[in-house]
Design a protein around this ligand. Structure first.
Ligand code: SAM
Ligand code: SF4
Length: 440
């Protein structure tokens, strides 16, 4: 039991940055309710899992973790499942794991206080699975993990209909937060000492201000960049179709807006893009890349790719590899296609055998590694501003990110660089990061 008598909670998170940030908000809500956060399930009276179901492996991991908690209910502990697996599996979870007493999807988090009250009162099967909402998850307190870099969700859910993706089913329809509330939260963050913010959304640039101000996404970026104390504004993930020239104009106008765009392409083949219902062709995507390349500052571009989508031929796959050669991404997150329940692609014919997917994935990753090393080597001698957010085990060694989101480790004789912005000259690289020297 915590000092306040409410109880203790352990919260583990699987999945994307949005899940991480949802967990920060859930933790804030529990703290405000008088719970105390603990580091292990053993110490907790309430165990919560915030889950991911984007690929089958991620969902399986959740069930194997849940299996470890069989028997804990008889010790008086309450167990709850949150997030995408909770939404996807719904009440079936109670039959699969009867030791679970709370199942709640992200679109119902705003109801968590009342759901928790029921769990506390001893109810056995409490659910929050309402997905059809126009409301967002607003909290008084958010317990953020990083003291300098804050996540801030500006848009929840997704209205796109990519044929492979569970997100529209698990996170519900698109809901944008009021621009005034976003900016107010950002000002509070700056008052707490945060200097860097990352705006989050599954399609962050589809932001549509519900208030009378009708602020555009690019205007919101510019307003955010003007908040005193804020030195960096990032945003992720951008959908190519909604990536408009005014976003680049905003980035050009204010260097506080970071020079990095994460623009998932998924495939280099227009035929596959059509089957995926991505709403753009290879040529249209490349127009967006050309627009970003035309920005005043050299802007890093990263992407997501899926290999082995149903019907993907060797020629389609070659087009994806050639796209990597053409764009020369600064980073690629690549995945083997994984059929997901409720999605149109799960019933498509012409599934690609697992070995074929693995082979394509390995080929793609090898190609990208070579491209990245070439780019990183070309940066030798350049100076980057690094926001330091970690100390490595080695003496006098620190790491952080540049505005363009490159990981840079640096040597410095200074006693403490945590949270600071320093200049670093690139002296070398690893396949994924830069090695620098502190420029005093
Ligand atoms: N909303 C973002 C977008 O539109 O790109 C990202 C959503 S998802 C959390 C992140 C990535 O997971 C996607 O960009 C896609 O590459 C990958 N992904 C989604 N569904 C998948 C599936 N069924 N199989 C394999 N990868 C998948
Ligand atoms: Fe999924 Fe597509 Fe929405 Fe991204 S845009 S969350 S991939 S449906």
């Amino acid at each position: 039991m915590s000092a306040s008598g409410r109880g203790t909670f352990f919260l583990e998170t699987f999945g994307c940055q949005m899940n991480e940030h949802d967990s920060e908000k859930v933790a804030g809500l529990l703290l405000a309710r008088g719970y105390e956060q603990v580091e292990t399930p053993d110490e907790a009276s309430l165990i919560l899992y915030n889950t991911c179901s984007i690929r089958e492996k991620a969902a399986q991991k959740v069930f194997s973790r849940l299996g470890e908690y069989r028997g804990l209910k008889s010790d008086g502990k309450k167990i709850g499942l949150l997030g995408c697996v909770a939404q996807q599996e719904g009440e079936d979870i109670f039959s699969r794991a009867p030791w679970v007493s709370l199942v709640c999807g992200s679109a119902s988090y705003r109801k968590l206080p009342e759901l928790l009250a029921k769990v506390e009162a001893g109810e056995q099967r409490v659910t929050g699975l309402d997905n059809d909402t126009d409301e967002t998850f607003e909290t008084e307190i958010t317990r953020r993990d990083n003291p300098w870099r804050a996540y801030l969700t500006i848009i929840e859910g997704c209205d796109k209909a990519c044929a492979y993706c569970v997100v529209p089913f698990t996170r519900g329809p698109e809901r944008s937060r009021d621009s005034a509330r976003i900016l107010q939260e950002l000002k509070q963050l700056a008052d707490f000492g945060y200097t860097e913010v990352q705006f989050l959304g599954q399609t962050v640039n589809s932001y549509a201000d519900p208030s009378a101000r009708k602020m555009r996404f690019s205007e919101l970026l510019m307003e955010a960049a003007r908040v005193p104390g804020i030195r960096r504004v990032r945003f992720t993930t951008s959908h190519p179709r909604d990536f408009t020239p005014d976003i680049i104009e905003a980035m050009n106008a204010d260097p506080v807006i970071c020079n990095h765009v994460h623009l998932p392409v998924q495939s280099g083949s227009t035929r596959v893009l059509r089957a995926m219902q991505r709403t753009y062709s290879r040529a249209e995507y490349l127009e967006k890349i050309a627009m970003i390349r035309g920005a005043k500052r050299r802007t890093a571009i990263t992407t997501d790719v899926i290999v082995g989508f149903p019907g993907e031929t060797e020629a389609d796959f070659d087009e994806t590899v050639s796209l990597l050669d053409e764009v020369k991404y600064d980073g690629v997150f690549s995945f083997k296609y994984s059929p997901r329940p409720n999605t149109p692609a799960s019933s498509m014919a012409d599934a690609i055998p697992e070995e074929q997917k693995s082979r394509r994935l390995a080929l793609l990753q090898e190609r990208q590694r070579a491209i990245q090393v070439q780019t990183l080597r070309s940066l030798e001698g350049e100076i980057f501003e690094v926001h330091v957010d970690g100390k490595s085990k080695r003496e006098n060694s620190w790491y952080g990110h540049s505005s363009c989101n490159r990981v840079i480790s640096l040597n410095s004789s200074q006693p403490d660089l945590l949270g600071q912005y320093v200049q670093a000259r690139v002296a070398g690289c690893t396949p994924n990061s830069l090695l620098g020297e502190h420029v005093l």
